[in-house]
Design a protein around this ligand. Structure first.
Ligand SMILES: [Zn+2]
Length: 270
């Protein structure tokens, strides 16, 4: 009996020891977990700090170059293309949707979408009556053609002894990244040979007054450079249809702004 009692006591004390040890282990683990969590939190904070300082650099860079550099924001996810093909938005943040169907024909010595051919011809004929000669120097450009132009531009910068990364970023400022130029839509035309001073010509003045009557808009206006992220291009016109072109002109909106406005109005009317 005594032996049994003794054994029982022994077992109890052994259990107590195990219990205490377990409690100690648990406490130690808790300390470690807290410590690890703190390290983790510190690491996250450090990462966040690094991130915010690098995006500040990007912002500063953007300010330095006038906001022309491309942004890799996730805008594509929230953005909805308008339900009107004439308003399809292609820019540095939005590539041409894969479902978009262009209808390319060879006309006026270039490739363009057949659906804008009549409107362009009417505009060209009306201009000619006012002694204004318009001609298309560039229309539709395929993805492959854009890729070629882009890599030629990179090579040109690369030769000047700058880093590849810098060459790519410089090239992106003068030539759109492949898939990001709206020439891929077939709805854009460069007029009269891409002249830097085209904005000072009587042809440009005529277009400013009449292009919207034929469904065309100046796609990259001088006062919208921060929105389009493309420098002023007086020669580049985009077909959007007469009613949209007239509204854009009246509201002084570039396509980015107008698409946003259009989508909001569409959503409100449904
Ligand atoms: Zn162009």
């Amino acid at each position: 009996m005594y032996q049994e009692k003794h054994r029982f006591k022994k077992t109890l004390s052994a259990l107590a020891v195990i219990f205490v040890e377990l409690a100690l282990m648990a406490a130690t683990t808790a300390v470690f977990v807290v410590a690890f969590e703190r390290v983790d939190a510190m690491r996250l904070a450090a990462a966040a700090a690094a991130k915010s300082s690098s995006s500040e650099v990007i912002t500063q860079e953007k300010l330095d170059d006038g906001g022309f550099s491309s942004s890799s924001s996730g805008a594509t996810q929230e953005f909805k293309q308008p339900d009107d093909w004439r308003l399809v938005l292609v820019n540095l943040d939005h590539e041409l949707p894969q479902t978009y169907k262009a209808n390319i024909v060879h006309k006026f010595n270039v490739d363009i979408d057949s659906r804008i051919a009549d409107s362009y011809q009417q505009m060209r004929d009306a201009a000619l009556k006012d002694n204004i000669k318009l001609w298309i120097s560039s229309g539709y450009r395929s993805y492959e053609k854009q890729r070629q132009l882009f890599s030629e531009e990179i090579q040109a910068f690369y030769k000047n002894g700058i880093s590849r990364e810098e060459a790519v970023s410089k090239a992106a400022r003068s030539v759109a990244r492949p898939g990001c130029s709206e020439h891929i839509t077939g709805l854009a035309v460069d007029l009269n040979g891409v002249l830097e001073n085209f904005g000072d010509t009587k042809e440009f003045t005529w277009l400013q007054q009449h292009a919207q009557d034929y469904g065309f808009v100046l796609r990259y206006p001088k006062d919208k450079q921060h929105t389009t992220k493309i420098k002023f291009e007086p020669w580049h016109y985009r077909y959007v249809g007469v009613e949209h072109a007239k509204k854009m002109k009246a509201l002084n909106m570039c396509l980015e702004e107008y698409v946003d406005y259009y989508n909001k109005n569409q959503a409100a009317s449904h």
